[in-house]
Design a protein around this ligand. Structure first.
Ligand code: HEC
Length: 159
């Protein structure tokens, strides 16, 4: 269980993000009422069956496996969604775990490419962020700022 979280963190942070071309910059809009409203509908429609209407995730998500798969984690402060920058959350939702990790990975979460438009994915994630308390939003903004800085450094140093 630890191992998959580690892979996820590592891959999300660097390898994958730099391999995927996304038009424009991915930025969540938790303060934009239009995005948040659209995002709520999409979340309820597409995500809540696993991640919970109140972002609470599936019971036992920390250590229970079902059919060799992990359960859906919460998207509230008790989970780790807010540990990842906007772009990683977007890429994971759009392209799925296998694309992120670059190998086979058994997971119940669908790949949303071709199901949701980019804006709809951003809206669903913006809705999730709009539900976070101020201290978590602040930490997540810092995660984004650090991520951006790292990317700029990588560009400059070519690594
Ligand atoms: C059929 C169940 C299912 C649905 C529907 C689903 N997910 Fe997931 N999701 C999961 C599971 C299971 C995981 C964790 C997988 C793992 O770690 O192996 C996950 C993980 C995630 C993560 C990573 C969270 C973290 O803490 O690092 C994000 C982000 C996410 N889902 C977003 C979404 C969004 C947005 C939607 C709707 C557009 C959605 N999911 C729909 C099952 C689902």
């Amino acid at each position: 269980m630890k191992a998959s979280i580690f892979v996820f963190n590592t891959v999300l942070g660097c390898v994958f993000a730099s391999n995927v071309a996304i038009a424009g910059v991915v930025e969540l809009r938790p303060n934009d009422p239009v995005y948040v409203k659209l995002g709520k509908n999409i979340y309820v429609d597409q995500c809540a069956s696993c991640h919970g209407v109140n972002l609470e995730g599936q019971e036992g998500w920390r250590d229970k496996m079902v059919d060799g798969m992990r359960l859906a984690p919460p998207h509230d402060r008790s989970g780790h969604t807010w540990h990842h920058p906007d772009e990683s959350l977007f890429n994971l939702t759009k392209y799925g775990f296998e694309a992120m990790i670059g190998s086979k990975y058994k997971v119940s979460m669908p790949v949303y490419e071709g199901v949701l438009k980019d804006d709809e994915i951003i809206a669903a994630l913006s809705y999730i962020k709009s539900r976070w308390p101020a201290d978590i939003v602040e930490i997540h903004n810092k995660v984004n700022a650090d991520y951006k800085l790292n990317k700029e450094m990588e560009k400059k140093t070519g690594s």
